[in-house]
Write a protein that binds this ligand. Structure first.
Ligand code: MN
Length: 132
C-alpha cells in the first residue's frame, strides 16, 4: 500500500511543519503551492491522500476539491481529502465537506490531530503493526 500524501498549501511554514511531521511517520510528502498545480499532481502522480488548504493564491480549496472529484477518474472520486481550514466560524468546514472533502481540520495545525486524521485513511508505514 502506498503512503504518498499530497499537500496543497501556499504557506511555507505550514508546508515545512507538515512535511516533517508526516515524514517522521514514514509518509512521503508531495508539495503543491497553488490549486491548479495541486489538481494536476492529483491527476498525474501516485497519491494516496490529499491535504488541502482552503485559502490558495489561484483557485480556492473548494474548487480544488470539486475538480478532483469531478475529474472522471474513479481513483480520484474516492481519494481521501482532508481540508485544512482557517475560518471555521465563517463556515469553511461545511463548505469544504459540500465541495467533496472527507473531513476537515482547523488551523493552527495540531500535529497529533494531523497524524490521527491521516492514519484514519492511510496507515503509517512506521506503525508497529506494519513492522516485522
Ligand atoms: Mn493558504
Amino acid at each position: 500500500m502506498g503512503s504518498n500524501v499530497l499537500y496543497i498549501e501556499d504557506n511555507p511554514d505550514n508546508m515545512v511543519l507538515v512535511k516533517r511531521a508526516l515524514e517522521a511517520r514514514g509518509y512521503t510528502l508531495l508539495e503543491a503551492v497553488n490549486g491548479l498545480s495541486g489538481v494536476t499532481m492529483a491527476e498525474t502522480r501516485e497519491i494516496d491522500l490529499v491535504l488541502l488548504d482552503i485559502n490558495l493564491p489561484d483557485i480556492d480549496g473548494y474548487e480544488v476539491a470539486r475538480r478532483i472529484r469531478n475529474s472522471g477518474k474513479s481513483r480520484l472520486t474516492y481519494m481521501p481529502i482532508i481540508a485544512i481550514t482557517a475560518n471555521a466560524l465563517k463556515g469553511d468546514a461545511e463548505k469544504a465537506l459540500a465541495a467533496g472533502c472527507d473531513v476537515y481540520m482547523s488551523k493552527p495545525i495540531n500535529i497529533r490531530e494531523l497524524w490521527a486524521r491521516v492514519e484514519a485513511f492511510v496507515p503509517s508505514p512506521n506503525a508497529p503493526e506494519n513492522s516485522v
